[in-house]
Design a binder for this molecule. Structure first.
Ligand code: CAA
Length: 266
């Protein structure tokens, strides 16, 4: 007892090219206090500094009950409107750091992904989940609205109509419903299968040119929600940037020479 509070709330584990960011505050169902949010941003900044040594990141919640049960409600209780805005900005900064991260980030959801927890998961490149998971934006039940990107990313993930239904009701949906809605990319029977499946995806991505995956992510993230003409311009710019890379020369040459490519990540 008590040890929970002295451990850092976020730790990073490494297994070859895969990094796992563990949110470790299980007694509060991994709720996102300002400390947790700052530690998350710092963890991604440090991993980004490693360049192509990190080919993908898994984000997991400790404790077996929750990915993240939301923003920390206790630390919201007494905020002024200005402090509320500051708190939301911190959540958006974490989302921006994850979206700027140059390799895929997979939210591995096993349990509750509610409010800020679902918003954190949606800032990742894809959501993988166990059948024991539950998703929702319950903020209106607290007199709040989603503050870490839920009104932005949930409609993009599931369409405006279903997003409004979820946000106005605060209702929770299960993993099968979330998968059918396109919110969850892949569903697994248990945590072990979830983590193995997420690692397998990162390993598969790591066969490809790191530069190209990073460019594809940049275009997908920046173009999301923009008008077609803007999105097309972003794609043209990213496509052009691929021609600056050794990886593109190598990938195309390998195809023409009928051999496997040897990408350098440059
Ligand atoms: N913030 C702070 N503490 C939380 C928390 C949260 N979001 N979610 C759970 N906890 C704490 C509980 O207070 C409890 O702590 P104590 O043991 O000290 O009382 C502990 O975690 C376990 O939770 P419960 O006893 O409630 O567990 P349960 O199994 O009965 O219920 C639950 C689980 C349905 C997830 C329930 O905890 C719950 O509804 N949590 C809040 C979900 C929520 O409203 N999230 C949105 C937060 S607001 C937000 O996220 C705003 C935004 O967009 C930025």
């Amino acid at each position: 007892p008590g040890t929970d509070e002295v451990r850092p709330p976020v730790r990073v584990e490494r297994d070859g090219v895969v990094a796992t960011v563990v949110i470790d505050r299980p007694k509060a169902l991994n709720a996102l206090s300002p400390d947790v949010l700052r530690a998350l941003a710092a963890a991604f900044d440090e991993l980004a500094a490693e360049g192509d040594a990190v080919r993908g990141v898994l984000v997991v919640g400790e404790g077996g009950r929750a990915f993240v049960a939301g923003a920390d409600i206790r630390s919201l209780a007494t905020l002024t409107p200005e402090e509320g805005a500051e708190s939301a900005r911190l959540g958006h900064r974490v989302a921006a750091v994850i979206e700027a991260f140059p390799a895929p980030v997979i939210a591995c959801v096993d349990g509750f992904a509610l409010g800020g927890g679902l918003e954190l998961a949606m800032a990742c490149d894809m959501i993988y989940a166990t059948d024991a998971s539950a998703f929702g934006q319950p903020e209106v039940r607290l007199g709040l609205i989603p503050g870490f990107g839920g009104t932005v990313r949930l409609p993009r993930a599931v369409g405006l109509s279903f997003a409004k239904e979820l946000i106005y009701t605060g209702r929770r949906i299960d993993a099968a419903t979330a998968e059918a809605a396109g919110l969850v990319a892949r569903r697994f029977p248990d945590r072990e299968a979830l983590l193995a499946g997420a690692r397998a995806t990162i390993d598969e991505v790591a066969q490809n040119a790191w530069t190209a995956v990073a460019l594809a992510k940049r275009v997908l993230v920046e173009a999301s929600g923009t008008p077609t003409a803007t999105a097309s311009d972003l794609e043209v710019a990213g496509f052009a940037d691929a021609f600056r890379t050794d990886d593109m020369r190598e990938g195309v040459a390998a195809f023409i020479e009928k051999r496997e490519p040897r990408f350098s990540g440059r």
